[in-house]
Ligand binder design. Structure first.
Ligand code: DAH
Length: 339
């Protein structure tokens, strides 16, 4: 019987070494320890032994059984570890592999020209000021020499919220806010949205953007204004750009002018972009009207100033040779991706 047990043990040791899967081990457990298993079979023979032989044989059988049980548990653990290692090897991630390219966005062309303008004027010592888009009539019109009934109000078809509150039609309203709170020297720009009750077409939109500029100090002249605008035009449209000031009327500046730049497309000869003119209008400007200064408690006998209002869409149209303003608002990525 001892020999039989030794044989079983030996057979088990060989087989367990070769078991490569959890299933294989389970089969071994059934083969050796199951109801009809080899060890169980030996145990059953125990009855045929003499009482003297029985304890030692029982002990030996139990030892083998215990050995088989513990070896099975051990082998299961070893296999689990092996399987883990194998799967870690297989599922290894190569962090040096090139990633799937992600589509990258870009600045909207209107934001792009706005940012460029801001950078330029900040470089010349200007600060950026903000004002409300929902505005009092006073700041948008009255304080800018456009009292009730003034005919120039009609050209800016206004969205009224109440009799006294409206969506600002021009960033010039920010001039008044700034001068109410700050005394000269003043040097600010204010980019932002403005609103007019216009129908959307190739050159009009009920929402568009302006960048206002205001400088107030002692001894500020029209020459300073022109020099500033020249720097602006060259930075925006190229070194060879020339500007021309055409006399115009704005109620809040005196004298006032509209400013054209030589067409960057043809250099002034006339082309599709400037509609054959050679010049493109980009802004309005002038010397701040004494009444406007006085209304903000700034003495026009001591101080003078200039102001300008740049059309941002207009600048972007001219700059990029876009012919239809609506493209800026349709947000077609095929268009936006070009800038
Ligand atoms: N606010 C004017 C407009 O919307 C543009 C303008 C003209 C602004 C002359 C100014 C200025 O600051 O001095 O048409």
């Amino acid at each position: 019987m001892r020999e039989k047990l030794a044989e079983i043990k030996k057979a088990f040791e060989e087989k367990i070494e070769q078991a490569k899967t959890q299933d294989g081990i389970e089969n071994l457990r059934v083969e050796f320890l199951g109801k009809k298993g080899l060890i169980t079979g030996v145990m059953k023979l125990m009855g045929g032994l003499s009482p003297e032989e029985r304890p030692a044989a029982g002990q030996a059988a139990n030892d083998v059984r215990a050995f088989v049980e513990s070896r099975i548990a051990e082998r299961k653990k070893e296999l689990r570890q092996l399987e883990l290692e194998r799967s870690l090897e297989k599922e290894v991630i190569d962090v040096t592999m090139p990633a799937t390219p992600a589509a990258q966005g870009s600045l909207h062309p209107l934001n792009k020209v706005t940012e460029e303008m801001k950078r330029l004027f900040i470089g010349m010592g200007y600060e950026v000021a903000e004002g409300p888009e929902v505005e009092y009539d006073y700041y948008n019109f009255e304080a800018l020499n456009l009292p009730e009934g003034h005919p120039a109000r009609d050209t800016q078809d206004t969205f009224y919220i109440t009799d006294k509150i409206l969506l600002r039609t021009q960033t010039s309203s920010v001039q008044i806010h700034v001068m109410e709170h700050k005394k000269p020297p003043i040097r600010i720009i204010s980019p932002g949205k403005v609103y007019r009750a216009d129908n959307l077409d190739a050159t009009h939109s009920p929402i568009f953007h302006q960048l206002e500029g205001l400088v107030v100090d002692k001894g500020v002249t029209m020459g300073d204004l022109k020099g500033t605008l020249e720097v602006y035009a060259k930075a925006m449209f190229g070194e060879n750009t020339k500007i021309r000031l055409r006399p115009h009327h704005f109620p809040f500046t005196e004298p006032s002018a509209e400013v054209d730049v030589t067409c960057w497309g043809c250099g002034g000869k006339g082309c599709r972009i400037c509609k054959g003119e050679g010049w493109v209008e980009v802004l309005g400007c002038g010397m701040v009207h004494p009444d406007v200064l006085r209304r903000c408690d700034i003495d026009p006998e001591v101080y003078s100033g200039f102001a300008f209002g740049i059309g941002i869409e207009r600048t972007a149209l001219a700059r990029y040779g876009v012919s239809d303003l609506r493209q800026f608002f349709e947000n077609d990525v095929r268009f936006l991706g070009q800038f």
